[in-house]
Design a protein around this ligand. Structure first.
Ligand code: GCB
Length: 618
């Protein structure tokens, strides 16, 4: 399998990255791909029998020897011994997690083999073909017609394999072994507060490209300007000196350049009177990237995002992030979200709350989310699943986290809505942890110096006074935001404690509260002292929001969380039953009382006009 080397000569110098056996194909939906979604035959294989062929020869992944179920074999006559059969096996929907599709698979963690047959008619005989997966959780071993294409690790980022030479006109057999076992050295690791949905959870596409194609491109404002556009274009399969053109047809603007020996070209154009993207005016421009043989069209917004002292500046003006955290789950189905309709549902609810910002926790969500956020005018925090405790000293674990960050940035770098890359959530302080995260921050900045980089950190209490909260994680030195999760009133005391809090912040940066909240069972009403009641949760919100307003530099928050979501850690019968119920919306889709409290706060909040204008100082 060909490896791609994507090289971007960004404004900050040389940033090169190599993907792990597969690559992101940028702007994949613009290529009018053939969908391979639908019903796939599946074999549930808890003992990984399919990794051995039916005569029990061991499968050798390192030597790339294929065997077992990947051969999609059939008994040739009545004496032949084949102990599996995709044709007579049940089916599951792709995209889709397996847990919500079959009660027997609800808690299942292990391997499932998927098979789909397809025919191919190429539009142009010299074109290339790729099989593209939006995401597979967590490991995918992919085979076409019995040949291994490669392996992908990481449950939330896209990958593609070239199949030009392997594909036949008729009856191709695409087999994927999906395994969602949790591992101590993986990203995320064994313990998470969300459901470990297994399966081919996003679109599978057959993508046709010209022999030399635009594998990736990045178009954005030149740092420090609002009327200069700079574009990096990467061709795959070409020679040096290939002409590349970028245009914004509605402005009559065009620039061209030639590729270097790596197939890379950098272009610049001046665009006076370019309207800037913002939540109030989420204007997207048609952008066309043309390499002669290949052409891609996208709709891209232009804006700047920066910090200055304790302010976040969008297009040079202070902005308050009226946010909410979201998991990639449709609560009405109790299933992994994946479609444009799911994205509309989730972001529609965020809009109802009057949000201008969402935190897509705790891993990369599907591409529709950021694309729709671009159109709806919602700023986005995107995150990789470096969550709680990770194997901080393991170099493979770091490489895995870096690869997920690379793939996320490669996919969403043209989305104006995305303003923050988050490299972690609630990671306990240690030197090894700080070193690990610092490497990720450096990586994010070298790939994309045009966005803020952060992480959801922890808060610590003064040992002598539990109402004195200290935000002093040494990692805070390296992030653009001072972002942290706090649960005073839920895990830490009762709501009255919120009123007594006082804070020491060790860094003069914009303060962003990435989580606070409380459990509430939708429809359970009691007094505000009764845990799990809507009134208790609403009281936590009522007390927390004015308390946060007193923190100097308070620049936004994403309370936990928009909707209830499934979590195997939440075991209280009747009340939780396997759901984390901190949602402002229950898993019946009904709003809880706290929804209105947050909405009311956001409705009344005045946009900061001068630095820190709406923030009372202590
Ligand atoms: C957190 C975690 C989040 C949990 C949440 C909770 O701090 O970041 O993943 O779901 O608390 O509900 O406890």
């Amino acid at each position: 399998m060909k490896k791609f080397l994507l090289i971007f000569l960004g404004g900050l110098g040389l940033a090169a990255f190599e993907t792990h056996g597969a690559t992101v194909i940028a702007d994949v939906f613009a290529r009018q791909p053939t969908s391979l979604n639908g019903k796939w035959h599946v074999i549930v294989d808890p003992y990984d029998t399919g990794f051995f062929d039916y005569r029990h020869q061991p499968y050798d992944a390192a030597a790339n020897i294929t065997g077992g179920f990947s051969l999609d074999a059939h008994a040739k006559d009545k004496t032949d011994f084949v102990e599996y059969n995709f044709d007579t096996s049940p089916t599951l929907n792709v995209p889709g997690d397996w847990n919500s599709q079959d009660p027997k698979l609800f808690y299942y963690e292990g391997s499932v083999w998927y098979r789909r047959k397809f025919d191919v008619t190429k539009a142009v005989s010299t074109d290339r073909l790729f099989i593209y997966f939006g995401a597979v959780n967590y490991e995918a071993d992919v085979y076409l017609n019995g040949q291994k294409l490669g392996k992908h690790i990481g449950g939330f980022t896209p990958f593609a394999f070239e199949v030009t030479k392997l594909v036949k006109a008729k009856n191709n057999s695409l087999v994927v072994r999906v395994n969602n076992n949790r591992h101590a050295d993986a990203v995320p690791t064994i313990n998470t507060d969300w459901w470990n949905y297994g399966g081919i959870t996003r679109d599978v596409l057959l993508v046709e490209t010209p022999a030399t194609f635009i594998s990736n491109f990045r178009v954005r404002l030149k740092p420090g300007t609002t009327n200069q556009i700079v574009a990096n274009v990467q061709l795959d399969g070409g020679k040096a000196g290939q002409a590349v053109e970028i245009s914004l047809p509605q402005f009559g603007l065009t620039a061209d350049a030639q590729t270097d020996k790596n197939g890379f070209a950098k272009l610049e154009l001046t665009a006076p009177n370019l309207p800037l993207w913002s939540p109030e005016n989420p204007v997207l421009e048609d952008v066309v990237v043309d390499s002669g043989e290949d052409e891609l069209k996208d709709r891209i917004g232009f804006r700047t995002i920066a910090t200055q002292g304790t302010n976040i500046l969008l297009n040079g003006k202070p902005v308050f992030l009226r946010g909410i955290s979201i998991h990639e789950e449709n609560p009405l189905r109790g299933a992994r979200a994946w479609s444009e309709d799911d994205a509309k549902q989730l972001l529609g609810w965020a809009k109802e709350l009057n949000c201008n910002f969402v935190r897509l926790a705790h891993y990369p969500h599907n591409e529709h989310m950021a694309r729709l956020a671009d159109e709806m005018g919602i700023m986005v925090w995107e995150e990789i699943p470096v969550y709680w405790t990770i194997d901080w000293t393991n170099t493979d674990t770091l490489a895995n986290a870096k690869a997920q960050l690379n793939d996320l940035i490669a996919r969403d770098q043209n989305r104006a809505s995305v303003v923050v890359w988050s490299v972690a959530n609630e990671t306990p302080i240690s030197d090894a942890r700080t070193k690990f995260l610092k490497t990720l921050v450096d990586e994010a900045r070298s790939l994309d110096g045009s966005r803020l980089v952060s992480a959801a950190m922890e808060v610590h209490a003064d040992p002598k006074d539990s109402t004195h909260k200290i935000v002093g994680d040494p990692f805070g030195e390296f992030t653009d935001l001072l972002s942290f999760n706090e649960y005073v009133g839920w895990y830490d005391g009762t709501p009255e404690k919120i009123d007594k809090l006082h804070w020491t912040l060790k860094y003069a940066k914009p303060v962003f509260i990435s989580e606070f909240g409380a459990d509430a069972q939708q429809g359970f009403h009691a007094d505000a002292h009764t845990r799990f009641s809507e009134e208790y949760q609403a009281d936590v919100y009522r007390r927390t929001l004015p308390m946060l307003e007193k923190i100097p530099g308070f620049s936004g928050c994403t309370p936990w969380i928009l909707c209830d979501f499934r979590s195997p850690r939440r075991l209280l019968p009747v009340v939780q039953d396997g759901w984390n119920i901190k949602g402002l919306i229950g898993h019946d889709g009904k709003k809880k009382a706290a929804f209105a409290v947050l909405k009311n706060f956001y409705d009344k909040l005045e946009e900061p006009t001068t630095p820190a204008a709406n923030k009372p100082q202590n």
